[in-house]
Design a protein around this ligand. Sequence first.
Ligand code: GDP
Ligand code: MG
Length: 714
Amino acid sequence: MEKLRIALVGNPNSGKTTLFNELTGANQTVGNWPGVTVEKKEGVLKGHKDVIIADLPGIYSLSPYTLEEVVSRKYIIDEKPDAIINIVDATNIERNLYLTTQAMELGIPVVIALNMMDRVEKSADKIDINALSKKMGCKVVGISALKKTGIKELCEIAIDLAKNAEGQEAIKFSPETEEVITKIENLLSEDVDARIRRWLAIKNFENDKEVAAQTREMLEIIKAYEEKMDDDGESIITDERYTAITTILKDCYQKEKKKMTTSDKIDRIVTNRILALPIFVLIMIGVYFVTVTTIGTIVTDFTNDVLVGEWIQAPISAGLESIGCADWLNGLLVDGIIGGVGAVIGFIPQMIILFFFLAILEDIGYMARVAFIMDRIFRKFGMSGKSFIPMLIGTGCGIPGIMASRTIENQRDRRMSIMTVTFMPCGAKLPIIALIAGAVFNGTWWVAPLAYFIGIAAVVITGIMLKKTRLFAGEAAPFIIELPAYHIPIGRNIGRSIFDRTWAFAKKAFTVILITSVLIWFLTSFGVEGGFHMVEDVSESMLYNIGNAVAFIFAPLGFDQWQSVAATVTGLAAKENIVGTFGVLTSIGDADVATEMVDNVDVAGLAPIAAIFGSKLAAMSFMIFNLLCAPCFAAMSTIGAEMRSKKWTAFAIAYECGFAYLISLIVYQVGRLVQGYGFGVGSVFGIAGIVFLVFMLVRKPSKGVKIETAANAA
Ligand code: GDP
Ligand code: MG
């Protein structure tokens, strides 16, 4: 039997994904900001094997101005679902119905799912659903996707509509406009399907660049009417839609007198022009402080030292020895695999804590405010707050962050966003930060938050610098973000968000990180000089030789020890490898490996890993470089997929590495000057680096050619 297909269409943040998950039992991420669902997702309706539900991206209209609109419209027109569930946020009914008026024109039966009725019922708003249904000329069901009310009735109606497939009557405009539309409709080719004739006529009238193909006669009719109304076709239709909505709602909807809600009161403070940024900074300091410095450290120390070290590594090693296991096998299992993978797994508790806080901030609605606050800052140099949303997502993992850049219409800004998203410290970079903060800086409170703000600063600095170049110049597109009312975090959303993010990470521990750990162990335990052999002393090992051979590249940044060089390289496969590599290296020779090669200063009293670096400054430079340089292979291939251009992909990766190098160079060289190590060749490069950076930041912008984008054309 043919399967029935039902599409979910609605504004961003109207609850589509919540409803989709409820209908299909899927586990799509529910985000409290627009742009989370970029692609359509399909799922089978629970209890109805023959019904498929498609969750389309959130849109405000069916015009072709944003990628989301194009994706949604293409799906509806080309794939002709059997019915549309139009999800309408009942607390924002006027604006949501704008899309409804368009959805009803596509010749596909529509049922309105009036969502968030739980909130309407708590407020003083009054909606007469029956009257609304009559006036709209389509079925309306009040539901709460969150509280799971009305869902069954909605499904029954949707399936019924899909089976009987009566086309939907559209909402009528003023008689004059209707007359013009009818005239255009009659001029359309006979082949055009009767169901979409009205839609196509309106699109021709609006001069919609994707589908309009007016004949000369049509153009004359349109021009005459535009002159009469003294407005362009598109604006005339927009007016008609809002007029129709106002008329419909007049008798069936009563809005509560606008009071200052609790959300508004909170927003007066958190989005305040002066206070917003300090509050955001304080919140993130708090998050990273708790994650990395307080609770996080206690848990991670336990997993690392007691669980992995004492309870797992030691007894297994002793056991293997007692059964007469070969030394190399003992080493491979205990130092290589358990040492490497264990070092990474040890950080999972910390990661869960970070993801917990991020999920809460997102779910209660705070992160949407942050995008709004950032819009004011980003706009100053020509980017919009929309570019900040991928960064927020990228704080979990860079890959979905890079993909979220798709929602940015302006191609130049999209490219810039793809290039800069991974400056944000993702979950996999957290262990590096925690390691440096803990092992080298003895858990100083400011190291972890600093890493986060370095990420944001890198994006802002890049934005300012590149916006001045011809390649990226251009005005910021307008940014509309709806600030959802604050609400108590929902356990299920938080749990899912933490699980999804942590699971992706745990999977890596047993694949990429396992393999890399074995490789690092192998390269450290064997040497080739004078024949292939297991080495007594690491300085005969292959890794020692390879690391030292390329170390000169990082010497100006202060971390030319073979261990940190090897860690940096393995970090390209996955950032967790950096910690895994240190785990293997310190397991193999304990403190000796680390301290052996260090002839530098102030190492006394620091843990073996700290001793590798020789100085706090070098460790800081190492951390910054690894936070900012090219992300892991998986993220790099995502950059490639999203850039859809080899040239731009190469540019992005080269820029990231170059930028990371420049910043680390400045930090290390200028840091040494400040610490009183005297002026040397390195200092010259460090100062030249600052001069270059400042010049790029303050120079006069290049004009640049005018950009062709949907937003500009609009
Ligand atoms: P989408 O952008 O349309 O996919 O919307 P989401 O499903 O991601 O939901 C946006 C926000 O609205 C989330 O914080 C949801 O928890 C919340 N939400 C969704 N449906 C309801 C509902 O029926 N009642 C209430 N109170 N909140 C809801
Ligand atoms: Mg969604």
